[in-house]
Design a protein around this ligand. Sequence first.
Ligand code: NAP
Length: 302
Amino acid sequence: MDQNRRSLPGEAHQAAHACNEVLSILSDVNTNRRNCPSSLDILLVGFGNFGQFIAKYLRKFHTLHCSNREDTSAEAALLGCEYTTLDDLYKMSSINCDVILVSVSIISFEEVLSKIPKEMLKGKLVVDVLSVKMHARDTMLALLPPECDILCTHPMFGPESGKFGWQGLRFMFDKVRISDEDRCESFLSVFYQEGCEVIEMSCDEHDLLSANSQFITHLIGRSLAAMDLKSTLIDTQGFGILLELVRNTTNNSYDLFYGLLEYNIHSKSIIRKLKEGIEKVENHLEKKQIEISSVSSLEPMS
Ligand code: NAP
């Protein structure tokens, strides 16, 4: 027996035991919630590329009502979702739903949020999926009435990377202002159910990390696309990966790429660091050329 361990007096022991029981019950409740989402009525604002993609999964568990600027009523009908144009939604005073999920472009987010009637937002859980998080959080805190809950999320995948399912793909969230935990957990549970690696993280940390991962990926993809690279008869595997990167990044809208740059305070420094990286490589190559030419009688190839 451990000499340092003191036995608890009877009452303290019972209290500790009861406390452990409560903790264990709470943990079960959480796990169950994640396993069994209760069905929610969700209004999806922004039924474009990403909106339609995420809708296919959400409708497995929840009832969806979609709204978009351009007419995507045919796509909504295919998924069995009710549809309202965004212009009509702006004129409505209320809508019967638990959650308003906003999936419009980063650059139109503020405009869209400011046009949704405040009465409609009251009492709802408002969720965004923007690929930049500090902007999403600050805009929602500034524009949404205090009576609504705010959940910032970023599925770190899209129609390309998630086309075969969400198993093992990352999903980040930040509970910015939540009063109804059950409703929030029900919304999050879809991502657990689909096998995502769900990560709770602050919006600030997200933007720092994603500039160094997601933005650099898009920047390289777009830069390579600007070089108009073409597949050859003798492509290496590595080159194939680069062509795939070009395809994946340019499949997204340019608004998304622009938003990643302009609405994440860390992105601009990534362009500078990439240029510095290329300069460093050029300098190393020049040094190498000088080294080689100093020991060789042959002229280096130009
Ligand atoms: P996007 O170009 O970022 O957004 C397109 C959506 O925004 C469409 O529904 C579009 O409506 C709407 N929109 C654009 N300007 C608007 C305006 N002025 N007023 C109202 N609606 C407007 O492309 P996306 O891929 O669909 O992305 C949607 C959101 O999901 C973005 O916030 C993005 O950061 C986020 N996200 C995307 C991915 C991805 O892989 N694509 C992954 C995670 C998160 P129209 O159809 O009428 O043009």
